[in-house]
Design a protein around this ligand. Sequence first.
Ligand SMILES: [Zn+2]
Length: 134
Amino acid sequence: MSRPAAQSARAVRLLAVLERDGATCVWCGRCFAALVLPTTEHVVPRVKGGPSRLENEVAACRRCNAERGHRGAVEWLEECLRRGWAPDEARLARSLAALAAVIAREGGQRRARPHLDAQLRRLRRRGSGRAMPA
Ligand SMILES: [Zn+2]
C-alpha cells in the first residue's frame, strides 16, 4: 500500500473505532474536541508486534497516546487510575479479548502473543476478566 493509501485506511479505521466506542479517550475519558484530538492507540503496541486492525485499536487523545509510549496497556491503565483519570477498563478488556479471539481464529501474530497473554493475565488479576466474553 502506498503511504497516502495507508494513511487514509487508518483514518477510516479511526472513524470506525469512534463509531464503535464513542468519542472519548480510552485513558482519560475526555471527550474529543478541537483541542483534544483523537489518535489511534494500539492496545498491543506496534513495537510489540501489535497489528494495525480494528481489534487492536482504540481511540486516545494525543496527550495520553504520547505519554503512554510503549508501556503495556494494563500498566498504563493503572497509572491513569493513580492520576485520578477515568480510563475505560471495560473498553480495554473488550479490545484485548477481541484480539485474542482473532488470533485464536486466524493464527499468526506470533510476536504479539506473549505481550497480549501477559496483558490478559494482568487484567484478570485486576478482576476485570469478568467483562470478557468466554
Ligand atoms: Zn486522554
